[in-house]
Design a protein around this ligand. Structure first.
Ligand SMILES: Nc1nc2c(ncn2[C@@H]2O[C@H](COP(=O)(O)OP(=O)(O)OP(=O)(O)O)[C@@H](O)[C@H]2O)c(=O)[nH]1
Length: 450
């Protein structure tokens, strides 16, 4: 196996804009789905009267197989480019997308926004209820900074492969993306047809205007990057910085006592490196000691890296002192216990209005702590992405807002920009997910030294 970096990608876009068709085409052309499986699936699609939706049909079938627990389909959600291994985190509908983003073990490194250029389609996606608009905001809220925009169905613009239509769409999108806070140099655009296969893996002759001169023009005019094909755009994504260089953070999921070993907290290393012999500290309780051993998959290891699920024995820490939701780090740069934090939240479900005083349970990393809203700093207008209303009296379903929270018990949280896995959360109440958010700023609590 080669050592290409692994990236997670999420597919977003308005209903029927051509996500499945484009992704199906990509998977077939890069060889992630073999020709034989493809032909069989195609025949089944024709039999079922789904000829015109064969790629979508394929993806749906793969999804069904996965839901039935067949492992083979997993392979079809993975593909390679020259530089990366990709895993597709699917996002067929808004609800699933939100759920996946919160509960998914893996954060998306990049989003592929599929936008239909067909007359009327693009306009529907950008309407106030449109998912193009909603998904862009959601992706931004969840901290996905790299965006590839595939403007698809170029074969059925009027006239077909219209440069004018492409430019009109791009201009509207750029305006909205800028207002949302996207950096244009993190955005790459490509005109495609998922159906015909133009500019998906192979450069197409149908859009002679899509050339290096045009891409330079777009860079100058809007700051966005152009890619010859979707594959090239995927290949040129920037590798996210390795969390190995960051301070150590291990959210604890369980604590065991093992005879002959002692106290063994278990958790996943999110950032940094843990070595045998290191001194660690657990926050909020602020207790710590020397790491005597580290175990992964029942094997002793000397050092644990981001992504490793480990159990580790710490001298002088008892089971009663630490629990799920605590976070281990090095004493030189310990995890942050917050007195208050400011977050950007999106309310995905709530039957009435949310006002200061409201206290949902915040689920962040392995912690679940009730946190009170002490201030609604401002409401973000979904049409522009800008703060419009300062200190509104309440927020409701569909709103995006900047909110200040106060945890009712000691809690470790970090700024999303510093430690993404410790800076995103779900707000839950009444057994449901009320909202999602990312931590923009923290006010550290004073910790008593022991
Ligand atoms: N002509 C043309 N039709 C396309 C293209 N891409 C998709 N379509 C058609 O548009 C319709 C929707 O495509 P899908 O790929 O199912 O769209 P989707 O975004 O996956 O849809 P949902 O998952 O239901 O949101 C289907 O009838 C496709 O055949 C394209 O590039 N050109």
């Amino acid at each position: 196996m080669s050592s290409k970096p692994h990236l997670n990608i999420v597919i977003i876009g308005h209903v029927d804009h051509g996500k499945s068709t484009l992704v199906g085409r990509l998977l077939v052309e890069v060889g992630a789905v073999d020709e034989k499986t493809w032909k069989e699936t195609l025949e089944a699609a024709i039999k079922a009267g789904k000829e015109s939706e064969k790629y979508a049909w394929l993806l749906d079938r793969l999804k069904e197989e996965r839901e039935r627990g067949l492992t083979i389909s997993l392979a079809y959600r993975k593909f390679e480019t020259n530089n990366y291994y990709y895993t597709i985190i699917d996002a067929p509908g808004h609800r699933d997308f939100v759920k996946n983003m919160i509960t998914g073990a893996s954060q998306a490194d990049v989003a592929l926004l599929v936008v239909s250029a067909k007359k009327g389609d693009f306009e529907a996606g950008m309407s106030p209820e449109g998912q193009t608009r909603e998904h862009i905001l959601l992706a931004k809220t969840m901290g996905i900074d790299q965006l590839i925009i595939a403007i698809t169905k170029m074969d059925i613009t009027e006239p077909p492969y219209s440069e004018k239509r492409f430019m009109e769409i791009l201009e509207t999108l750029v305006k909205f993306l800028k207002a949302t806070g996207y950096r244009m140099d993190s955005v790459t655009v490509v005109p495609v047809s998922g159906w015909v296969g133009d500019n998906v893996v192979k450069p197409s002759d149908n859009m002679p205007w899509w050339n290096s001169q045009k891409m330079e023009e777009l860079k100058k005019k809007y700051g966005v990057n152009g890619a010859r094909t979707l594959l090239e755009a995927l290949d040129n994504v920037k590798e996210p910085p390795k969390p190995i260089d960051k301070p150590l953070r291990i959210p604890i999921s369980e604590v065991f006592v093992i005879s002959g070993v002692g106290t063994v907290p278990v958790g996943r290393v999110e950032t940094g490196v843990l070595k045998v012999g290191d001194t660690v500290v657990f926050l909020p309780p602020n207790v710590g000691g020397e790491v005597r051993s580290i175990e992964m998959h029942h094997q002793r290891i000397e050092k644990a890296l981001p992504g490793d699920n480990i159990g580790f024995n710490v001298r002088g820490v008892s089971k009663e002192q630490i629990k799920r939701g605590d976070v281990a780090g090095h004493p030189t740069n310990p995890p942050t216990v917050v007195e208050e934090f400011v977050a950007r939240v999106m309310i995905v479900w709530h039957p009435s209005a949310i006002a200061p005083g409201y206290t949902p349970v915040i689920h962040a990393h392995t912690a679940s702590i009730p946190c009170k809203i002490v201030e609604i700093v401002g409401k973000v207008d979904p049409r522009t992405g800008q703060i419009t209303e300062k200190n509104p009296p309440f927020i409701k379903q569909g709103d995006i807002a900047i909110v200040r929270f106060k945890p009712l018990k000691p809690m470790v949280l970090e700024k999303f920009s510093d430690f993404p896995p410790l800076g995103r959360f779900a707000m839950r109440d009444m057994g449901k997910t009320v909202g999602i958010g990312v931590v923009m700023d923290v006010k550290p609590a004073k910790i008593a030294t022991k």
